[in-house]
Design a binder for this molecule. Sequence first.
Ligand code: PAF
Length: 290
Amino acid sequence: MLICHTIKEIKSFTRQAASQGKTIGFIPTMGYFHAGHLSLMSEAKKICNVVVSSIFVNPIQFGPQEDFTCYPRDIERDKRLAEEVGVDAIFIPSAEEMYPPRFSTFVETKKITDCLCGKSRPGHFQGVTTVVTKLFNIIQPDMAFFGQKDFQQAAIIRRMVEDLNLEVKIILVPTVRDKDGLALSSRNVYLTPTQRQAALSIPKSLALAAQIVENGERDPAKVKMAVSGVLAAEPLVEIDYVEIYSLPHLEEISFLQGEVLLAVAAKVGKTRLIDNLVLKIPDNKVNHPK
Ligand code: PAF
């Protein structure tokens, strides 16, 4: 597996692969790999000739009070894991390589960034879209793989790719969960055993929502209330948001129909966790019996 620290090195690798007619799959990451990252890489492996990942804890997507400095890092372990899955090259740039002293250009997607994490973390998505645009320009992948756990991030990147006519297909890969249901996240490492137990109320609340909808509830306010109830019953959990939006554009709705996103963000201790569920609402047969 090739390790590149400079833009020049990784460009020369990906340009050569492209000139040989190979398709390039790309997985941008901030490292500290878990099975979620590895599943993105495995998906890429299945459908692309060459798989490239990047590890870069992107300073401009963290707010001043957020966990940039203590974000977990273990590059040597990441390299081993990526190699085991068959990644062909990893790009591990320094902050100076990505943001040289005179750097002053940012990419911003509007509207779809106004809700959910965009509302709670001002500036976060501008940092994400800026670094992802740079990475896409550097790597020039045919396909890029993102996890469903960060659903809004993937939706924003899809919007950006369409708006800026970028030549990359965005592939969404299902969230990977631990056996107990907690969505895998590099930040789970911050949780104490007690906090981790409390955090399980997040997947439990989503499962309850799925059940309620399955039973015929079509009022988003009632579903949100049920989810909030489960989370609020856990004293260690501080709700940031519980929201339901229509897909694919993340618009507000007053009635559940078609495909909708139920998204949750909560703090457990100092750790901010997110999770979501895509609900496919069947035709309204339960509410309108024949
Ligand atoms: O999801 C992440 O790990 C990051 O937001 C990303 C896409 C690598 C950009 O820094």
